[in-house]
Design a protein around this ligand. Sequence first.
Ligand code: ADP
Ligand code: ADP
Ligand code: MG
Length: 446
Amino acid sequence: MEKILVANRGEIALRIIRAAKDLGIKTAAIFSEVDKDSLHVRFADETVCVGGARPEESYLNIPRIIAAAEITGADAIHPGYGFLAENPSFAEACEDNNIIFIGPSSQVMKKMGDKAEAKKVMKEANVPVMPGSDGIVKNVGEALTIAEKVGYPVVVKAAAGGGGRGMRIARNDLELKTGFRMAQSESQAAFGDNRLYIEKYIENPRHIEIQILADSYGNVVHLAERECSIQRRHQKLVEEAPSTAIDEKLREKMGEAAVTGAKKLGYESAGTFEFILDEDDSFYFMEMNTRIQVEHTVTEMITGVDILTEQIRIANGEPLLIPTQDKIQLNGHAIEVRINAEDHTLDFTPRPGTINALHFPGGAGIRIDSHIYQGYKIPPNYDSLLLKLIAYGRDREQSRKRMLRALDEFVIRGVPTTIPLYREILTHPDFIQGRLNTNFIKNLGY
Ligand code: ADP
Ligand code: ADP
Ligand code: MG
């Protein structure tokens, strides 16, 4: 592998460019017209404008992106997260054009991209899955029958769903009838696919996920868990590793489930198994993300494994640097907050604008992954993530205190950010105690 085309934008585009540089691999970046002043465009070795601001014209435009790889002579493409990262047609287009897709094969991606199908595959591998429909639910009548079987509350989910969209919770027949139709049209609009499935809705669960790495020599390891329960609209805001809910025994059990699932799939790349953890410690597979995740950083901090460079090395046919589970060691604690240009007091409304003053915090244990700079104009066309702030410490309390120190040093002027919200969360008695569930933000009143 000599040159990677970075098929994304924002902080993850920079993260990919940095990993490539660490490996001595050249980079070419694509960008849309409104992103011409973005840092990923400045940091890449070469750049290609692929189209207008609308994602369909640029970051979702498969023919243009493949052409950009050909023009720049890139022999590999990294899709990042979001956009085309979990689109099997894109992986297939790379395969057809002899370009290495940095991720799993299009076939495996297709299986996991259909969330109803993914659950079937995991059930066959004896991974515990959330009780619910056996695949796609065709109509409201069928939905009512399943709800009667599993018991309310239930959640209707889009088979093609992602980013927390296309989900509806129902607590009775009436809510299910309306929720089903709403989820159907929401999913059609967001994903061009209206297939739904149903599962039991767990009331106060944790979202716990397991990071895995699998190479093409049959080595599969897990890098322990990430706690991602602090969410708004089913999207993560704060993540940490390890989780206060997981002891060595449960970690081994959940890690084993993820490794078994990856082996069953013949998975090759970095990937994440997302689980719901109930209050009684039972856990259920929800979905697999066949890409790098936003919150991979906290795992990097506590394992010392560079997940991005490993993902690239795997795609290049190299074996894992640490191929055996017993050599994976956890040290310390890391917390990440996603700082968004949003007004969290107004239902997290995105607030794009110009960053007219900026000061980044620093010091022991602080990491920032970001594409913003003083004078940067945030385009309104994409998501509102400005940066990821990660605090590492020898234990959870040190990492929490360092995070608060960094939040205090931060200066961002020009747009509202979620920094005040994170101060509130990190000083909340329940957070300090590690008593978390997916309703944390809702319970704060936001
Ligand atoms: P992670 O699992 O990495 O935490 P998120 O669910 O927060 O991922 O999504 C990562 C990013 O990708 C977010 O910016 C989100 O808006 C975007 N995203 C996720 N799924 C989709 C999708 N199906 N289509 C478009 N964007 C998506
Ligand atoms: P996406 O593909 O949008 O990431 P997920 O299936 O991963 O969707 O679910 C997103 C979030 O929704 C989870 O992190 C969790 O907070 C919540 N959720 C999903 N399914 C359930 C469930 N069965 N019970 C309770 N909460 C759920
Ligand atoms: Mg998910």
